[in-house]
Design a protein. Structure first.
Length: 294
């Protein structure tokens, strides 16, 4: 297991192999500042502090923050955090006083992940990992994507606040297959609110499930088509597939899928508990503060 996907101790599982533990360890980044939750900075940090105390291994315990809100973050921060920086400013801000683990940036029209990496070369803290968000709708851009793990990682948007923000299974599957074929790590963001793919009647669109995503990566590293797995809505079949993932496949899949950002750090854990894929952890013992139950 790579150092980038392992956090804390293994996920407690009941009746399933260690491959299942690897699948969900260090899976969820804290994106509480982002829609639709959009917590105020103070509330987001308070929740993050509670999550840190709980130390659930499904969470990466990494806090995602836009570069444009770093001053606000500094004003409210009272404890050390591991930062994922969303670069939404024209220039890279001073980062000497924050522990930045990764930087995520959306490529501009006409750019490629490689040209973005060149533009930011020497401007990011040493050992910071770069992930470039690429479009998900036009397969022609696949030729411009990295073909090994030496360049930047990729970032895929799996949804948003409008129906048009959700890529189809074929589009998302093409990106996953590319990463598996060439060993390119990637992150995912947006829309992955629940474990299992389901129809959202408000937006009128099928939402991708984060369990579908994880298992689709497993399919891709075994040279199988990830698209049918992305489309699965049979809960029992998805659970069966998760429990049957070999340890080696799980490890290779999570070396590719670094994590995904979720504005809700509670629901992913609750979904996995409800599906029987992880065991509920006892609440952390605290003094003086009340913790969110996970």
């Amino acid at each position: 297991m790579s150092a980038h996907t392992s956090t804390g101790t293994g996920v407690a599982v009941d009746g399933v192999g260690m491959g299942t533990a690897v699948l969900f360890r260090g899976l969820v980044d804290d994106a509480g500042l982002f829609p639709p939750t959009g917590l105020p900075m103070a509330e987001a940090l308070e929740r993050h502090g509670n999550d840190l105390a709980g130390n659930d291994p499904v969470l990466t315990h990494r806090f995602l923050c836009p570069a444009g809100r770093l001053a606000e973050l500094r004003d409210h921060l009272t404890f050390p955090i591991r930062l994922g920086l969303i670069l939404d400013t024209p220039d890279v801000p001073p980062l000497d006083d924050v522990a930045v683990e990764l930087v995520e940036v959306r490529q501009a029209p006409g750019e490629t992940p490689g040209s973005v990496a060149e533009r930011l070369a020497g401007r990011l803290p040493v050992d910071t990992r770069l992930f470039v968000e690429v479009p998900t709708g036009d397969h022609a851009y696949l030729a411009s994507l990295p073909r090994d793990a030496t360049g930047p990682g990729l970032k895929f948007r799996c949804g948003g606040v409008t129906a048009g923000a959700f890529p189809g299974a074929a589009d998302l599957g093409a990106l996953i297959a590319h990463c598996a074929r060439h060993g390119v790590p990637f992150k995912a963001t947006a829309g992955l609110h629940n474990a299992v793919r389901h129809f959202d009647p408000v937006l009128g669109v099928d939402r991708h499930g984060f369990l579908n995503l994880v298992l689709a990566v497993c399919a891709a590293v075994e040279d199988r088509d990830p698209v049918p797995v992305l489309k699965l809505t049979d809960v029992g079949e998805l659970v069966r597939l998760a429990q049957a993932v070999p340890d080696d496949t799980a490890t290779r899949a999570r070396e590719l899928l670094v994590s995904y950002g979720s504005c809700d750090t509670h629901t992913p854990i609750e979904d996995l508990v409800a599906l029987g894929l992880i065991a509920r952890r006892p609440p952390a013992v605290t003094t003086g503060t009340e913790e969110e139950s996970v």
